[in-house]
Ligand binder design. Structure first.
Ligand SMILES: Nc1nc2c(ncn2[C@@H]2O[C@H](COP(=O)(O)OP(=O)(O)O)[C@@H](O)[C@H]2O)c(=O)[nH]1
Ligand SMILES: [Mg+2]
Length: 238
């Protein structure tokens, strides 16, 4: 199974790639790691393939006279046109993506990249410290990723080690059903949010959102269980 790790910059994609790969290896799986971030200076893992052998954001900036954002978009276009390795000899291949979400959520390059990965599940990672005050927004971004990439996508919240147990319990309750994310509607925006969520949940049944720590490994077994369920295409991820 190919895992595409997406999420905003700093959400912990690279640390998750490194530590979840080690966890899977300890569980007895053969794992491969691919770095798809052409802007990173150093990776914290040993990649089986690194997109920087083909191009880097700095090269593109210099060659095409672009700034960092333009160069990253160009890099993602290039990536969507090249052969990205997949491995038959590995049970899991983890693809560590760059932090800029624009190519994945708002341009076709992300969908074309995901399409190249065949049997693929996207892990949409959020930083709990940042998302805890706006879980609805995180949830909608994860759905947008699923919609834009046309790929099975699991919403995963990272950095649970930085939260108190009280905060964790509160968040678990909110995540049991996305409708819990809403207050009793008291204004037009609340009412709109409620109607949007009801409509969404008709098409995308509520999915369990694992709370994990890429740093300590907390929640990795829960994440692996969810991946088994995706693999079996059980359809029920609650
Ligand atoms: N406390 C804590 N820090 C984390 C966790 N995951 C990532 N970090 C830290 O968050 C920062 C960004 O992580 P990184 O993997 O580079 O994020 P990326 O930009 O999404 O690849 C680094 O300083 C990591 O050590 C976590 O689960 N807990
Ligand atoms: Mg990274």
């Amino acid at each position: 199974m190919n895992l595409l790790i997406l999420g905003p910059a700093g959400s912990g994609k690279s640390l998750l790639t490194a530590n979840f790969a080690s966890y899977l290896e300890r569980e007895g799986y053969k794992v491969r790691i691919i770095n798809l971030d052409p802007g990173v200076l150093e990776t914290i893992y040993k990649a089986d393939f690194d997109v920087r052998v083909k191009f880097t954001v700095n090269d593109i900036m210099r060659r095409e006279g672009l700034g960092p954002n333009g160069a990253l978009l160009k890099a993602m276009d290039l990536l969507s046109e090249m052969d990205i390795p997949t491995y038959d000899d590995a049970e899991y291949t983890i693809y560590d993506a760059p932090g800029q979400l624009e190519p994945f959520l708002f341009r076709d390059s992300g969908r074309r990249i995901a399409e190249k990965l065949g049997e693929c599940c996207c892990l949409f990672l959020g930083d709990l410290q940042i998302s805890k005050r706006n879980l609805l927004s995180f949830y909608l971004y994860a759905l947008t990723a699923r919609y834009a990439l046309e790929t099975e996508t699991l919403a995963v919240l990272n950095k649970v080690d930085l939260l108190s147990s009280q905060e964790i319990n509160q968040i678990k309750h909110l995540l049991e059903d996305p409708i819990n994310l809403l207050k009793t509607p008291s204004n037009l925006k609340d009412e709109m949010d409620m109607e949007i969520l009801k409509a969404i949940s008709r098409f995308f049944p509520p999915q369990r959102v694992p709370l994990i720590s890429a740093k300590t490994g907390f929640g990795f077994s829960d994440l692996l269980t969810l991946l088994y369920e995706v693999r079996c295409a059980c359809g029920d991820l609650t």
